[in-house]
Design a protein around this ligand. Structure first.
Ligand SMILES: [Ca+2]
Length: 110
């Protein structure tokens, strides 16, 4: 399973290039640009499972920080501010991590 099985490589490059500058990352812009917002729930779930690297069922803060590298190996880590903003945008129940339903809601709102 590769991220390019779900998303177009050209859309991934566009999305990664659009947030090259530190603190320019916005999850909603990224999900829209990368084409994830238009995907079906099973496809979105495949991506969620790739982002959940330790298979805990949640995307934790350390996984959020390295979020972009799931799309492109050479991509930068998110800054502390971006990671925190991403978490706040997705974490509706306030448990400090993003579950599947929260991820799906965030992607669909993008
Ligand atoms: Ca996890």
């Amino acid at each position: 399973m590769a991220i390019t099985d779900v998303l177009a490589a050209s859309d991934i490059s566009t999305a990664i290039n659009a947030c090259k500058a530190k603190d320019s990352f916005s999850p909603k812009t990224f999900f829209a640009t990368v084409g994830l917002s238009k995907k079906s729930p099973p496809e979105i779930e495949k991506v969620f499972k790739m982002l959940d690297q330790d298979k805990s069922g949640f995307i934790e803060q350390d996984e959020l920080q390295l979020f972009l590298q799931n799309f492109s190996k050479g991509a930068r880590a998110l800054t502390a501010a971006e990671t925190k903003a991403f978490l706040v945008a997705g974490d509706m129940d306030g448990d400090g991590k993003i579950g599947w339903e929260e991820f799906s809601a965030l992607v669909n709102a993008s």
